[in-house]
Design a protein around this ligand. Sequence first.
Ligand code: PDD
Length: 316
Amino acid sequence: MPPSPCRALRRDDYLPLEPTDCRHHVLAYLNGQYLPRSAASIPVEDRGFVFGDGVYEVWRVVNGRLFETARHLARLSHGLSELRISEPDLVRRDVLDEVANRLLSESGLLEGEATLYVEVTRGVAPRTHQFPPAGTKPTVFAMVNRFVPPNDLRARGASAITTPDVRWLRCDIKTIQLLPNVMAKQAAAERGATEAIMIRDGVVTEGSHANVFGVLDGEIRTHPLGNLILPGITRTIVLELANALSIPIREDAFTEPDIGRLDECFLAGTTTDVMPIVRVNDRPIGRGTPGPIATRLFTEFRAHLDASCAAMPASP
Ligand code: PDD
């Protein structure tokens, strides 16, 4: 493994989150090499750049330990196989652990909270829509960032807008083609809201970067798995926790008109944890404050996140 050209990074190098003149010290992994993020560059004919032809994953990291590695790797592997992109070594758990550990340790992120971002594209080739010649190597990129959980927002409760779900019909694949999600989130931001809840054929699918849940008639409701939503890892854990707490669950989508009748609404995602939504389109949900089910599920989720990361052996 080549020696890192970076000095050990200090925690301050990550804050503020916007680029600073320290940015060139931020380490990245690109195609087997470790290098300052500012020096990591992708050829303009990378199919990720030209076509959005690739997939990604985002892990939560607590004290240097990756949360739910196996489930994230399985989803990455599913996406690669559906898109017929050959699976790089990084999809092997031992390789991922080694890369993540080096990025985290050299970035001063072995303590506290962070995220790991991994992206795999179909590689670099002259621009033709069809696949490049067999043997074209996928581009493999990874980076880590300090993460600050949005706990103040959680205590107040977030707001959302609704927006049409204009995405393609393979939302189960975590592709880097995120333009509808970007436009949805921007529309939310422009209306002073945190998240955009997407509606397809009158039903709530998911948020721009989180799954959406409602509490209706005493049941937790969320869109079923399938091609219309991302099978969120946090979604699975929330359902497991709700099940353990004997809270009734129905994996059945609720409709846009149902939103007005919800007792609670919340999001679940890697960078969201469990986040109560207290207003949708400027109308309160329930009493307009975080509800008991979302609050309980967040407490349980946080405990599970901390306990499962603490139980993991330290990386090599
Ligand atoms: N987004 N739905 C969508 C459309 C997402 O992009 C995400 C995650 C989720 C939640 O999945 P998980 O619980 O596995 O994070 C649901 C990541 C965090 C992102 O794009 O940054």
